[in-house]
Write a protein that binds this ligand. Structure first.
Ligand code: ZN
Length: 288
């Protein structure tokens, strides 16, 4: 599959409201167990460049996730920016739902609640949120209860360079990041943060990041949710992040964890959030 072929195929996708992306490509290299991912990139609030479709082509994030599915052979991605067209029956055709969204998405209420309260809790199912997935349904508790936190501003703007430190070197989602990752990206802070329910795999490193704030800033976390799995990756504002090999390897690791291809511990680690919170306060106050 050439890149040109993929773009042509991807270009076709946006004419259909519920596009089956690159089934031709998938036929060339079938995904192992035929796993399917529904990638939702509708913006009911702020629209990021990373999810903006131009010239009838998939957006950078959609293209990256489609290509990752093909190169890894793990899944086939279907991309949509039309939440209103999604039904319960459609959701049942997927193992993974991936959100890079904003605002109050126009899902039918019963479909939204099925996704958040039933679908995601089923064995073999998983939800992955990227960046502004945390800036979605901000006042709807079943959503932030599922994902683990809510956007509360971004003290670090898109032009800032930050260092992410990795806490868990075993989990397949964080192992590819190595000891740390230095990257230029917009970083969120969170409200509705529930450290007792999530396992934080990576956080902002205030000893190596110029702009400091007196609180813990988680970047990557996972949780078991019912019999399903949830992962949130806070990076992904800038388009170049979607071409960063470590970032993509981290997402791939998360997919493998959800699909049961790799084991990963999702035991909550609230003590880590507490320790990071205390350290952030000390660094901010100049006492460390
Ligand atoms: Zn952003």
């Amino acid at each position: 599959m050439t890149r040109q072929g993929l773009i042509v195929c991807a270009a076709l996708a946006v004419f259909s409201p519920f596009a089956l992306v690159c089934s031709a490509a998938a036929a060339e290299k079938p995904s192992g167990d035929g796993a399917r991912m529904l990638m939702v990139t509708q913006s009911a609030g702020y629209r990021h460049g990373s999810v903006t479709r131009q010239d009838a082509k998939l957006s950078p994030a959609e293209r990256a996730m489609t290509e990752l599915g093909i190169s890894s052979g793990l899944y086939r991605a279907d991309c949509t920016q039309d939440c209103a067209g999604i039904t319960q029956e459609m959701l049942d055709g997927y193992e993974i739902v991936f959100f890079y969204t904003t605002g109050n998405l126009p899902f039918k209420e019963e479909v939204r609640d099925y996704l958040l309260c039933d679908w995601v809790k089923k064995k073999g199912h998983g939800f992955i949120g990227a960046h502004s997935a945390a800036d979605t349904y901000n006042n709807y508790e079943p959503y932030w209860e599922m994902i683990g936190g809510t956007f509360d501003g971004h003290p670090w703007n898109f032009g800032e360079t930050v260092t992410i430190k990795v806490h868990d070197h075993q989990h397949p989602a964080s192992k590819p990041l190595g000891e740390e990752l230095t990257i230029q990206d917009e970083i969120y802070k969170f409200k509705n943060w529930q450290p007792e329910k999530v396992r934080v795999l990576a956080s902002l490193d205030f000893e190596k990041t110029q702009h400091r704030e007196p609180y813990h800033v988680p970047i990557l976390w996972v949780k078991n949710y019912g019999d399903g799995k949830v992962m949130h990756m806070s990076l992904g504002h800038n388009e170049h992040v979607w071409a960063n090999p470590k970032f993509l390897d981290s997402i791939q690791g998360g997919v493998e964890w959800i699909l049961g291809k790799q084991e990963g511990d999702a035991t909550p680690n609230p003590e880590l959030s507490k320790a990071e919170d205390e350290m952030a306060k000390k660094i901010h106050a100049g006492t460390k």
